[in-house]
Design a protein around this ligand. Sequence first.
Ligand SMILES: Nc1nc2c(c(=O)[nH]1)N[C@H]1C(S)=C(S)[C@@H](COP(=O)(O)OP(=O)(O)OC[C@H]3O[C@@H](n4cnc5c(N)ncnc54)[C@H](O)[C@@H]3O)O[C@H]1N2
Ligand code: MOO
Length: 651
Amino acid sequence: MSIYLQDIPLNEALARFDNALKKASLSGVLGEETVELHEHLVGRVTAKPVWARISSPHYHAAAMDGFALRAENVAGAMPTAPVILTVGQQAAYVDTGDPLPLWANAVVPIENVEALDKDGQITEDARRPHSIRLRAALPPWSHVRPMGEDIVATQLVLPSGHVLRPVDLGAIAAAGHDRVVVSRKPRVAILPTGTELIEIGQPVEAGKIIEFNSLVLAAQVNQWGGEAVRYPISPDEYALIRQRVREAAEKSDLILLNAGSSAGSEDFSAAVVQELGELLVHGVAVRPGHPVILGMIDRQDGSRCPIIGVPGYPVSAALTGEIFIEPLLARWLGRPPHKPIEIEAKITRKLTSPPGDDDYVRVVAGRVGDQLLVAPLSRGAGVITSLVRSDGIVVLPRGIQGIEAGSRVKVRLYRQPEELNQTIFAIGSHDISLDLLAQYLSTYGRRLVSANVGSQGGLVALRRGETHLAGCHLLDAQTGVYNLAAVQQYLPDQKVRILGWVNRVQGLLVARGNPKNIKGLQDLVREDVIFTNRQRGAGTRILLDYQLSLLGISPAQIRGYGQEEYTHLAVAAAIASGRADCGLGIAAAAVALDLEFIPLFEEEYDLIIPSVYTEDDLLQPLFTLAQDEDFRKAVAQLPGYETSRMGRWIL
Ligand SMILES: Nc1nc2c(c(=O)[nH]1)N[C@H]1C(S)=C(S)[C@@H](COP(=O)(O)OP(=O)(O)OC[C@H]3O[C@@H](n4cnc5c(N)ncnc54)[C@H](O)[C@@H]3O)O[C@H]1N2
Ligand code: MOO
């Protein structure tokens, strides 16, 4: 039977896998082991209930330093009618934790008695007096920890399937045990494959990719209670991969075979599984991660080892971990699977979604005013930082083609909901200074999350009340003034303020050594110069058009004017590759790709903030930082940055 990338619904895939696991007797706890309490046990799962062998305390114990006595002997004691007890007969000194003498039924703390010598005078020898005087009565069993106060012998201390925490170890020991029976850790072999992969730390070159999926998968496995074993990178050679899978099956409870899962010429995973056992599933209707493989490998002794073909793209790999590996490990350990906190929120952008798949969208989340909002992050399956930055996942289920901006969605949170109340939302044009700001704000207990939708997108978000601030650098071509006109145009009825932020140098990016000897925009009309442009609407494009009009240059005179890139870095890449001779952009992009930079203009990047939030406690640290020497210095050190306007209210 050949199942070739036929996406099936997630629940159907899980059911097939489940069935095969049951047949192989692999659907419950894999095994048990007894571990001594002082070995590393936190996170392990109890495989048997823990019953108390002894009580704790296992005798009546003094709860205070003082004198053991019988409560009835001091009944009626009052300030004006004190009672005197003779030590050695009616009272005995005890330290906290000492067993109570058999005849006693209460303890009076030492600070509540007057110690007397044999003449009835107050003595300094408080712990060995002749007698003690009490000026208050006390009920029986005062300041005594009765036997079994904590644990009664035979009682259940912990059920099975319990994930051990530090305090649990104390209770197990107090209940008279020195070891505990826990589920055996599932051994998980992780096999990265791909001729293009290089080990971490090796020099990178074009076409080579740093292998890190195995690092992520191993950390996931260990975090979820398994024991990961990373195998070396296997190049895309069928026989080698087959050999390693065969070996791993003999030594492991589960194999994660990474990459080679889709339809490429060197994607061998499915064929290997097919040859060495049974291919159950190839393709699950989830994105990212759809080319998942589920199967069983036959061992020499006739038993079977489950195998998961984990798709190569890093986000797909990590999500495959969460969707397939975590629940399987939970089952093998006998604990409940992880259940994320789910909240409902409003989504800030329209999303389209493949109707055949469950679509896992990474989002940032925060509270703006009284609304909980989520903004989608990059959806590329290769963008590992989208998972790093994400506060949660919105699953757009199969059967829908997308959702409108403003729809309510369910969010599986990666963080505590309270953190969303300390979140400053910045939707608009992104700037590197905001990354620095985020770092500084974290010391004030604030989180800055930003979604880059461009300057105009930020103004739209402000209009909808969906952001605390928007980074903006929109030049008015009539006046040459930044941001004021745009704010008046987009937000005529809204009370907003403009906080001066940074001046950024924009200039021409050219190859090292400036081989075409380009000096300024006037060179763009030269026949031998090829330019590359930014997309219409981008702040840099508006700046270019404005400056060209001042020089009286028409776009038609410029070779490459119609060639549009969407980011500063894409412009830089076009020049680095030799596709173009120059482009307008920021200095940081030149630094990133080792280009030369010809500074030409300063543009003004400001933060637009609704007036209500300028008074809000949430944003105060931002205003503090805008005046902070250290922070301003750090921003000014970014290439091409200047901070003299930072913190000044422009509107
Ligand atoms: N014709 C089709 N092509 C692709 C399909 C498809 O359905 N039809 N699916 C796409 C999707 S979706 C995914 S996901 C990927 C999965 O591909 P593979 O599992 O075969 O993985 P590769 O192609 O080898 O790698 C993809 C990508 O990820 C990088 N990679 C791989 N391993 C690692 C690692 N250990 N650490 C870091 N990065 C890794 C690899 O270099 C590639 O860039 O296929 C699509 N194609
Ligand atoms: O399924 Mo792929 O993982 O969409 O990226």
